[in-house]
Design a protein. Sequence first.
Length: 425
Amino acid sequence: MLRIEDVKLAVVGLGYVGLPLAVEFGKKRSIIGFDINTRRIDALNAGHDHTLEVDDAELAEARHLSYTADRAQLADANVYIVTVPTPIDDYKQPDLTPLIKASETIGAVLKRGDIVVYESTVYPGATEEDCVPVLERVSGLKFNVDFFAGYSPERINPGDKAHRVSTIKKVTSGSTPEVAELVDQIYKEIITAGTHKASSIRVAEAAKVIENTQRDVNIALINELALIFNKMGIDTEAVLQAAGTKWNFLPFRPGLVGGHCIGVDPYYLTHKAQAIGYHPEIILAGRRLNDAMGGYVVSQLVKCMTKRRIHVQGARVLVMGLAFKENCPDLRNTRIVDIVNELRDYNVEVDVYDPWVDPAEAQHEYDLTPVDSPKAGAYDAIVLAVAHKQFIEMGAARIREFGKPNNVLYDLKYVLTPQESDLRL
């Protein structure tokens, strides 16, 4: 059994989750950061993180962190932390391909006594039922005899500079009591907020997947309330502000639910539930409602344009924001594309403007090329879709300048006052 002083770490996957984790460890101990994307490795070796999760100065502080795309270098480690994406496919089913490939990569260098810790969001049982068999097959070693596993769910909030890796309490677990204790000790080296050692890997997996499922269902409730209040001619934000004066009212707001977590994780849980013979009702209902919000936004916009005698077909619309959340370049599972695609179905010409996102990434992921800057007086309608600080600083008057004399301004994020916009969720 490894001792804490003998641990040699490697983080597999240097995205929004893996890099901040590797950097924190790299401030204290020797660690290998591995990613299959050679361009990513080159940029990190040059001292820059394009995701903006870690600034250049902090990268420089991680003096014990080395970056590589060479799988052979992973053989120097004995504890591997896997932080690769776990997306869904076009049919909203879990896609474990990145997780399986990472397990194959580690399996090729796995040695007796090694430990593999997964952080990627999965359904309960995935670590031991899907990943461990891959490790056994590739390495030829036996689980819990020759090598061990752990699970410690990631809790990164992209773009959040207040809640960082070290300041968010960490759930840990291991495949044996001894491994669970060692995994917990490893994370305690960097987690100032403390750790919670779960009773099993499956408990830790379940805890993670319900964190975002709970948020998804709560947002779905508020979205449904917004639909009801809009039909009644009642301002939803005003209602929520009034209700929020009670101490235990939860401060959720309506909107599009995107990103790699909230809009994805519930499908992992429902997939597992259906596999064991239970059909989830509330979770899937919430998912359907949240996934339909892009279409609802466009229907409201089109109605308002029609009332203003703005011809919809051939109109020009500016969508402000493409990232899935404010002040962050993360495009993963952004639901802004639902608005863009729905508008295009009306033969509307759509320009997307977002100073945070990488245009090449937007083109690659969604076949969208954001404009460098919107044209003044060019648009029949403007959709303020993401509350980037640049848009807040512009204010209503500056945003209105992008529109033609007769235009519709739809504020999805309550950036403006009710008097400054024509539509709000």
